[in-house]
Write a protein that binds this ligand. Sequence first.
Ligand SMILES: *Cc1c(COP(=O)(O)O)cnc(C)c1O
Length: 391
Amino acid sequence: MGPPVTQARDVAASRSAIAEVEIDLAAIRRNVGRLRALVAPARFASVVKANAYGHGLTRVARALARDVDMLCVYRGQEALEIRDAGVTTPLLVLGPVPVREVAQLHAARVAISLWDDGTYRDDVVRVARSSGTPLAIHAKIDTGVTRLGLPPARAAGAIATYLDEAALRIDGVFTHLAAAEELESAFTLGQLERFETALSPLAPALRSRGTLRHAAASAAAMLFPRLRLDLVRVGISTYGIWPSPETRAALAQPPELEPALAWRTELVAVREVPAGTSVGYGCTHHTERPSSIGVLPIGYAEGIPRAVSNRGAVLVGGRRAPIVGRVCMNMTLVDVTGVRGAHAGAPVTLIGADGAESLTTDDWAGWAQTIGYEIVARLPEALPRTFRDES
Ligand SMILES: *Cc1c(COP(=O)(O)O)cnc(C)c1O
């Protein structure tokens, strides 16, 4: 049955990289250009948290540095990496910042989010005073995610203390929406109302300082013109991935969003087996006919969701090869029966095009019953990335 098994042939054609992610920076820039045009005159912040949604933090930040008004990250460390890469664009850390990191972020001209009216605020103010220059902050109000931010009832009081503090410079006030991509417009507009009501006692003071009000991420920026306010914070759509199928369907003229990421590996082995052969852990797949089973050198440790076991597919030789059996930690098995050129060393496409066929992040999200965000955000930072930027 088939050729003899020789390990040398299996690995002979393998390159050193087990898998590779290719990023089209020019596509990301074109997406930003289209989204900017859509939301104008609102300003535009690109969200590059989670390694720029798997696309590579510093390369994406550098590519967008002059195309956006601001870059947003989740952690202070990400902001410092962007500064170390030579990017001078305004930067905002959306997540909580330990007091011990504030001085370094301030020195790097990174704004932090603030939603405290107790000892944390006092500690931050002390750091700001001792630095001799005002610390840039964006005050956060929680209007319905129930996560981070000042409760609306306490917001005006707390923000008034920020306004009174000469060591703080309040560049923005913001909130985050819970259900814009689910088209929950009543809830979304309720959040906007809570935000505006909470801020109304301070509206003249904030306006006179030019403080930016912001609320919308990708879905709301596209769907709700009223929520664009002074600035939008756009992440997923920058990368050519829709926040939800509903968002796209709800738009009369959806902007063109170009996927910017391809994910490729190669077969490290192909096994010829008879009908009735059990494939993989748990014996969840049995071949129905004499079959060729290809082995990919990546598994759930490298970003393939285990949930795609016996569900997903990859492209080999321009054809769909179904995933068979359970996804393993470092390997995945695919049925390449009848696929010409399916030998050890043959290229495999997980996301991207191969001939006339292509697979998208959303295909993987569908098989894994998750969202595109999770598929790209979990692509390991350690995977080698290559970048293209034609502009
Ligand atoms: C992640 C995030 C965004 C961007 O959301 P997308 O849906 O990816 O556009 C905006 N604001 C905050 C606070 C976030 O955490």
